[in-house]
Design a protein around this ligand. Structure first.
Ligand code: FES
Length: 160
């Protein structure tokens, strides 16, 4: 890392703390803001924010590891969330998951080598009437089957 990067990270940490607050009870919103900006908890930024709010970095990681919403690795350009809630499970979510995993060669929590896709599963996306449902970035796809899912993946792979 160059010193220019260090300066930028410290500046961003100050911005985040100014926006969210520096009280100890703001640790979760601070971590959420880091993840909103970068898609994951960048180690340098977590350290810089800890310094800014004068808490040990271990305290921030202690909180972060307790909640499954936080990621510690960068995500791909497209984040795929496969719903495995009850309605989707009954409607065939496992088959949809399998076709994604097979076509991309990744399992849950992994990112493709070309950084194009990250695969996750979630409990319920809140649109059970469309089961089985997959969310890619901000778009919801419902009433899926493996063939339909394969076509959608190809669109994203082609640069959608
Ligand atoms: S169970 Fe899948 S959207 Fe609710």
């Amino acid at each position: 890392m160059s010193c220019a990067d260090c300066g930028n990270i410290a500046k961003e940490a100050r911005e985040i703390v100014a926006e969210v607050g520096s009280e100890p009870e703001k640790v979760i919103p601070l971590l959420q803001e880091i993840q909103n900006r970068h898609g994951y908890l960048s180690q340098e930024l977590v350290e810089a924010v800890a310094e800014e709010i004068k808490l040990p970095v271990s305290r921030l990681y202690g909180v972060a590891t307790f909640y499954s919403q936080f990621r510690f690795e960068p995500i791909g350009k497209n984040l795929i969330k496969v719903c495995k809630g009850t309605a989707c499970h009954v409607a065939g979510a496992e088959k949809v998951y399998s076709i994604i995993s097979e076509k991309l060669g990744i399992e849950e929590g992994e990112t493709t080598d070309d950084q194009l896709f990250t695969l996750e599963s979630v409990a319920c996306l809140g649109c059970c009437s469309l089961a089985p449902v997959v969310m890619i970035n901000d778009s919801i796809y419902g009433k899926l089957n493996p063939a339909k899912m394969g076509k959608i993946l190809k669109e994203y792979a082609d640069g959608k």
